[in-house]
Every structure is written in structure tokens, then in C-alpha cells.
Write a protein of this length. Structure first.
Length: 221
């Protein structure tokens, strides 16, 4: 079994790595999409150097899929199809994802892998997100909120630490893992890393209904 893990830079993908290792299943590489124009992780808005620092802390190679901006659905599907061919050629047998309960996302991933010879894995699927959030925090995972959906959360949450205090302060109806897109995180430490990736939240930028905390490397220790 050769596993590549879909890596968003956030807590769910990081906890998926931890869970796979706990189960004795080795991950061979991380892969992620990066917006070529801004050189940042798609959706999360995280700088590439921080992404690379995470991979180094996890002790894994990083496979970056560069996406043009703007990126049409046709372009995206072509680029991802080429990536699947490369992965298969490199001996990948499974791809792991940190999805929790969104059936449409899971079905989309399964559809994209169908016929590729690569099987999907969903190690966190179906776990209660309130308990999962508590397990992450108590298990030593540290993170900051990198992106906020302003239709669901106040701008002041951008850049905050993902910790017990934040979980207590989330408004009613907000999933504690942000699975409905309420927020995205950047993991700074945890049992999946050999060292921390220290960041400080810089300027908060608002764009198209989202607030992005421009996380900047502080030091690596």
C-alpha cells in the first residue's frame, strides 16, 4: 500500500496523517493544490513557504499541483487527471482525504478516482465533529484560523488559535471542525510533526466574502 495524503495545510488533513500513522499505515507523500498567481494554497490562502515548512516537519515529500488563476473547471479536471496519471506511475495505490461528513465531496473524490487504479481512504469519515475537535485539541494539535466565511463568522476570528477557548466561543450552528466551510485552519504543531511551525497572524484581508489572516513565519523550533 502506497498512500499519498491530500494536504490542505489544515487540521483535518493533519489529523488524518496522525490517524493513519496510529493505524500503522505509512504515508509516502503529501499533495496539495497551489494558486499559481498568488503562490498560496487554494482556499486557505496559506503561503507556499509555510506549506513547505509543514511538510518538512511531517518528514514527508510534498507534491504541489500548480493551478492557474483563474482556473476553469475544464482546466482543473485536466490538471488533476494528469496528476492522477503521474501518481499511478509513481506507484500510488491509495489517496487519503480528511473529509468528515459531506457526502457530495466524498462522492466527487470517489468519482475522480474511479478507474484510475487508485483507491480512496477516508480515515476520519463519520466521526462526531464535536468530539473530534476536542480530541484534536487535547491530543496536542495546534492551529490558527487562516480563512473565515464572513457570512458565518465574525472577522475577528481570523488568525485566532484553534483551541478550547475558541471552541467554546463558536456561535450556535457553527460546526466545531468547520466542515461546512465556516473556517479553514493552518496547523502549527501536533503529534504528526517533529517540530512546530511558528507563525504570527499578519494583515487580515477581506475578499469575496471571506477574511484571510496572512500568516507569516515567525521561527521554526
Amino acid at each position: 500500500m502506497t498512500i499519498w495524503l491530500s494536504w490542505s495545510s489544515g487540521k483535518d488533513s493533519a489529523w488524518t496523517l496522525h490517524r493513519l500513522r496510529q493505524e500503522g499505515r505509512s504515508v509516502a507523500a503529501l499533495f496539495t493544490t497551489v494558486n499559481q498567481a498568488f503562490d498560496r494554497v487554494a482556499m486557505h490562502g496559506v503561503r507556499r513557504d509555510l506549506l513547505e515548512a509543514q511538510a518538512a516537519a511531517a518528514g514527508l515529500p510534498l507534491v504541489v499541483i500548480d493551478l492557474p488563476w483563474p482556473c476553469s473547471n475544464a482546466d482543473y479536471e485536466r490538471i488533476m487527471a494528469e496528476f492522477m496519471v503521474r501518481a499511478k506511475r509513481d506507484g500510488v495505490t491509495h489517496m487519503a482525504f480528511g473529509d468528515l461528513f459531506l457526502e457530495d465531496i466524498r462522492a466527487y473524490r470517489e468519482k475522480n478516482l474511479a478507474g484510475s487504479g487508485i483507491a480512496p481512504l477516508f480515515p476520519l469519515w463519520g466521526l462526531a465533529t464535536d468530539k473530534l475537535a476536542q480530541d484534536m485539541v487535547s491530543g496536542g494539535l495546534t492551529a490558527r484560523l487562516a480563512t473565515i466565511d464572513l457570512a458565518k463568522l465574525d472577522r475577528t476570528f481570523a488568525g485566532r488559535c484553534y483551541d478550547a477557548a475558541l471552541l467554546r466561543e463558536l456561535p450556535a450552528g457553527i460546526d466545531p471542525c468547520g466542515e461546512n466551510g465556516e473556517f479553514h485552519t493552518f496547523v502549527t504543531g501536533g503529534p504528526m510533526f517533529s517540530r512546530s511551525v511558528a507563525v504570527v497572524p499578519g494583515e487580515v484581508v477581506t475578499r469575496e466574502g471571506f477574511a484571510y489572516a496572512d500568516l507569516v513565519a515567525e521561527s521554526y523550533g
